[in-house]
Design a protein around this ligand. Structure first.
Ligand SMILES: [Mg+2]
Length: 365
């Protein structure tokens, strides 16, 4: 019996601000809370769930700007709805908050469509694997040694064989301290764990090249945003000077950004909650593939997992400590990162996640 997909009936959004356990910082930013904007799309008897880690000002963009062009359209046509949203926001500007809002709605639409079909999101996107590798991510520059070691052990104790810490403290003002912390990390995780670093654009090109030499001696294999990701020539210069993989892309909000960046990195990072949702993720991954690159998922681990399972040229998911904590608290059914990979089930509907609204409510902003 054939069934016509139901029309989208309702789009809702709300923002929740959760404090971090302790103050956190990377090379170029400090924070003590994280805001998640949750979008919900209803059609017939299903509700799709999506989210983005962005400012609460995404909420009126979703409810006031995007909802009117999404409502009333058939759930089976997510890319068509995506195009309507893209046309609607022309004069607002795509990058930044607008793209985050667009991403949350797009993700909720795919989840709703998958729930209606009673299949996992990964299957609807076009599955190509069941398991996706991941790495533990955190190692904030604000941590003292005990906090850093405790977090690293929380990953290695679960057999997660890849870890990433932040360096570039205070815009690259403390390179010796950065290297001491990387050394402590290597000592803690042992020689067989893959060790990654992220400078969040904290170094100059010359600094980054000198750091790369020292990092190579500690067997670091991933140098993320050694210089500002806006400095494509700088990324290319650092990349040419080291055998360590240079990675960037977390601020990519549209396809052209990824097309420009792909030639100067060894692995393209894409954030599904910023880039334009699953719809644009697939095209960004194709841009990477055409440049001979793999894609690594930036943040939002439980959403990234479904994209990972549907991306042929996929490397790993960033299991970011802040987002792991928030998603485990606010959503039932989160994936287990133990063993260093997640299994994206072949059964179940949508992401298989349920929003714990009562838990979230006290954090509402
Ligand atoms: Mg990063």
């Amino acid at each position: 019996m054939s069934r016509r997909a139901p029309d989208v009936r309702d789009v809702r959004a709300a923002a929740y601000q959760l404090p971090t356990p302790v103050p956190e910082a990377d090379g170029t930013l400090a924070w003590d809370s994280t805001t998640i904007v949750v979008a919900e799309v209803s059609a017939e008897d299903v509700v799709g769930l999506g989210w983005t880690y962005a400012d609460a000002s995404c909420v009126p963009v979703i409810t006031g700007v995007l909802a009117p062009v999404v409502t009333g359209r058939p759930l089976s046509a997510v890319p068509e709805i995506w195009q309507a949203m893209q046309q609607r926001i022309r004069n607002l500007g795509r990058p930044g908050l607008v793209s985050c809002a667009l991403s949350a709605v797009d993700i909720a639409l795919w989840d709703a469509a998958a729930r209606w079909l009673d299949v996992p999101v990964a299957d609807l996107l076009g599955r190509c694997r069941e398991q996706a590798d991941l790495y533990g991510s955190g190692g904030f520059t604000s941590y003292d040694d005990d906090q850093l070691v405790d977090q690293l052990r929380s990953w290695t104790d679960r057999d997660i064989g890849r870890v990433k810490i932040k360096i570039g403290e205070s815009w690259g003002a403390r390179p010796a301290e950065d290297l001491r912390r990387v050394g402590l990390t290597r000592e803690t995780v042992g020689p067989d764990t893959d060790l990654f670093v992220d400078a969040n654009g904290g170094y100059t090109v010359g600094q980054a090249r000198r750091m790369a030499d020292a990092l190579a001696e500690l067997d670091v294999t991933w140098f993320e945003e050694p210089v500002s990701s806006d400095d494509l020539d700088g990324l290319a210069t650092v990349r040419a000077a080291t055998a360590i993989d240079v990675a960037a892309g977390e601020y990519g909000y549209d396809l052209v950004y990824f097309a420009r960046m792909a030639p100067v990195v060894d692995c393209l990072q894409v954030d599904v909650t910023r880039c334009g949702g699953y719809t644009e993720w697939r095209r960004a991954a194709a841009v990477a593939a055409a440049n001979g690159l793999e894609v690594s998922a930036h943040c939002a681990p439980n959403l990234s997992a479904h994209a990972a399972a549907a991306t042929p040229n996929f490397r790993h998911i960033e299991w970011f400590a802040d987002h792991d904590r928030i998603e485990s608290e606010l959503f039932a059914g989160c994936l287990d990162p133990s063993g260093g990979s997640v299994t994206v089930p072949r059964t179940g509907a949508g992401h298989g996640l349920a929003f714990r609204r009562d838990v979230a409510e006290p954090y509402a902003v």
